[in-house]
Design a protein around this ligand. Structure first.
Ligand SMILES: [Zn+2]
Ligand SMILES: [Zn+2]
Length: 358
């Protein structure tokens, strides 16, 4: 493995500390690696959970950020897909075994040897290195990864808007493709109109599907219709739910608060599928008869592999799909994290402006 170099990062040294500037080390590019100067990094709700050690799994100091966007500064001798000056990005994964059936099939996030997440993950496959043996995320000035985990951002796509695609867009794009909505013609429902849900509406619509937005909040109707929803259902309103009964082929459920999946099953048509995408800890209780009666499937999905993430990037560039973003500096991180702690369904995605933070 190659030598290490110093880079500036912003992170938390303990659960209760504030964000501060930290010095970390990453590996210099080996033959298959690309180093890039980070320009922007999206701020995801998962960052808040990990920075606060909500799941009891965080190793401190932690440098969050898994929506990285930057410009290539150095490449290894074997690298063919990227050159210095290219716009590139990294999402939630920075390493996997690259040998198993799932890695060979381009679904590295399902690696049988376990993928290495972009931050707060133990380094175990040897394609990436830091001074601590724990990965550090994109709230930093530079990153090095094996070219296999890098996404090319088309030159015409605004770099500041690209990061969020590698988390929220791929989370929605992958199930839309897997459940055959990519060529259009389906009736697709999206539950929850936060960051994921909005992306789901825009993607499903651009693919040529009819889209129904489903929310507990009638106030979300205007937002949802503006970005392409054809219908709107208030999930807490019995009449509204009845109006959508037996209409949907596919439901993408982004709700991350505890809920019962059964509530939404009547919306599905024969052979319909509901896909769970939010991180819900509590178990669901399901009666079997409704599943049997209409051959309904309940499934789950999480982010996507690298080739599909590249497809998602290219699709968003082609169809001019952007997240609504707001640039912030590192000095504002504590404030932004406290806003995200209050509510998970921000219409705007906060993006750390790295140049402005130096
Ligand atoms: Zn995320
Ligand atoms: Zn693998």
């Amino acid at each position: 493995m190659t030598d290490l170099y110093d880079t500036v990062a912003w992170g938390k040294s303990s659960k209760d500390s504030k964000f501060s500037q930290l010095k970390i080390q990453r590996n210099l590019p080996g033959a298959d690696d690309v180093t890039f100067d980070l320009k922007y990094c999206g701020i995801c709700h998962t960052d808040v959970h990990i920075a606060n050690n909500d799941w009891g799994t965080t190793t401190f100091p932690v440098v969050p950020g898994h929506e990285l966007a930057g410009v290539v500064s150095a490449i290894g001798t074997n690298v063919t897909k990227f050159k210095v000056g290219d716009q590139v990005g990294v999402g939630c994964i920075v390493d996997s075994c690259l040998k198993c059936r799932n890695c060979n099939d381009g679904v590295e996030h399902i690696c049988s040897g376990k993928m290495t997440m972009t931050y707060d993950s133990k380094i175990s496959h040897g394609h990436i290195k830091t001074n601590s043996g724990i990965t550090y995320g994109g709230f930093s000035t530079s990153q090095t990864v094996n070219e296999r985990f890098l996404i090319k951002i088309p030159a015409e796509y605004p770099l500041e808007s690209a990061g969020p695609l590698f988390c929220s867009a791929i989370t929605m794009y992958s199930p839309l493709c897997h459940w055959k909505a990519a060529s259009g013609g389906l009736n697709v429902g999206v539950i929850g109109i936060g960051g994921l849900g909005q992306m789901g509406i825009m993607l499903a619509k651009a693919m040529g599907n009819k889209v129904t937005a489903i929310s507990t909040s009638p106030a979300k109707q205007q937002d949802a219709m503006e970005i392409g929803a054809d219908n709107f259902i208030v999930s807490t309103d019995e009449a509204s739910m009845l109006s959508g009964a037996d209409t949907l082929d596919l439901i993408l459920n982004t709700v991350s608060a505890n809920h019962q999946i059964e509530h939404y099953l009547p919306l599905l048509r024969r052979d319909g599928s509901i896909v769970q995408l939010g991180l819900v800890g509590k178990k669901h209780e399901i009666a079997q008869i409704p599943l049997m009666r209409k051959r309904i499937q309940i499934s789950g999905s999480m982010i996507g592999g690298i080739p599909e993430t590249q497809d998602c990037m290219d699709f968003c560039a082609k169809h001019k799909i952007f997240s609504k973003i707001k640039l912030v500096k590192a000095s504002e991180l504590d404030h932004v994290f406290s806003i995200l702690e209050q509510k998970n369904d921000q219409v705007v995605r906060y993006v750390l402006d790295i140049e402005a933070s130096k």
